[in-house]
Design a protein around this ligand. Structure first.
Ligand SMILES: CN1CCCC[C@@H]1Cn1ccc2ccc(-c3n[nH]c(N)c3C#N)cc21
Length: 244
């Protein structure tokens, strides 16, 4: 998979060269290129922003550099998917991560200031698939942090990136796990600061362990994310439980 990221702060994406994503890049599973948007400006000050039509605070990112960048990165006839990071975008989730993991090419536009001129997305959509995406209901200063999150989320789903693909099966929000949150995990020592590992996990009885883990996943999901449960599994009464 080829991933292109365009930003006025390309160094912000340096962490992608670390850990599992970095190894996937080294081994060629992912071909990552990070570009400085200012490389597509032509004035002495390498200007990427201007005042907003209609007035208002802040500056808006000019369409010309973005248009030229996308012309260069996505030649006519290329099958590519453009992600534009924005707090007003569709919520990013595991389903979209799985879709992106199967794409041959993904280009990620990281805006700054008050955002990117709306005509960039409109024009790009005439020749490629465009998704305006948000990683959550809070406001960041730009799209770079969101790009790091999204790239890690889909890169780890690419076959070969994670050593043991079985570990993907039981994760929170994975389709294989009925959209339940992940059960609590433990390791040695069996007793730590007076806290014991649940006995069932030391029993070696795999059937009981599987059942206990599912119960904990349902209980956790019901308490923290009831909207993820199928209607039949939701409880109406208020559960008074420790806020753990
Ligand atoms: C603050 N400033 C004026 C209000 C509008 C946003 C702007 C900053 N900003 C500019 C480009 C840009 C892209 C993504 C995000 C972003 N925020 N929260 C998310 N979940 C995001 C995503 N994904 C913020 C961005």
């Amino acid at each position: 998979m080829r991933v292109d990221v365009v930003s006025i702060f390309p160094d912000y994406l340096a962490p992608l060269r670390l850990s599992l994503v970095g190894k996937a890049i080294e081994t060629g599973l992912i071909d990552l290129a990070v570009h400085d948007l200012r490389d597509w400006t032509h004035d002495r000050h390498r200007t990427v922003d201007d005042t907003p039509y209609g007035g208002g605070a802040g500056m808006v990112m000019r369409p010309e550099p973005w248009g030229e960048a996308l012309d260069d990165l996505v030649p006519a006839g290329t099958d590519a998917r453009l992600l534009i990071m924005t707090p007003s975008g569709r919520p990013f989730d595991q389903r979209l991560a799985a879709e992106l993991a199967a794409e041959p090419r993904v280009i990620i536009a990281c805006g700054r200031y008050e955002g990117i001129d709306a005509r960039v997305a409109e024009h790009a959509a005439t020749r490629m698939r465009v998704d305006e995406v948000s990683i959550g209901d809070y406001v960041l200063n730009g799209g770079e942090a969101a790009a790091l999150v999204i790239i890690e989320a889909f890169a780890r789903l690419i076959p070969g990136v994670i050593g043991n693909p079985e570990s993907l099966a039981e994760e929170s929000h994975s389709a294989d796990h009925d959209q339940l949150l992940e059960y609590p995990v433990y390791t040695k020592p069996a007793a730590w600061r007076g806290l014991e590992v649940p006995e069932v996990l030391l029993s070696g009885h795999h059937g009981r362990i599987t059942a206990w883990r599912h119960e904990r996943a349902v209980e956790l999901t019901r308490r923290r994310r009831p909207e993820l449960l199928p209607d039949a599994e939701r409880t109406d009464e208020l559960e008074v439980r420790p806020a753990v």
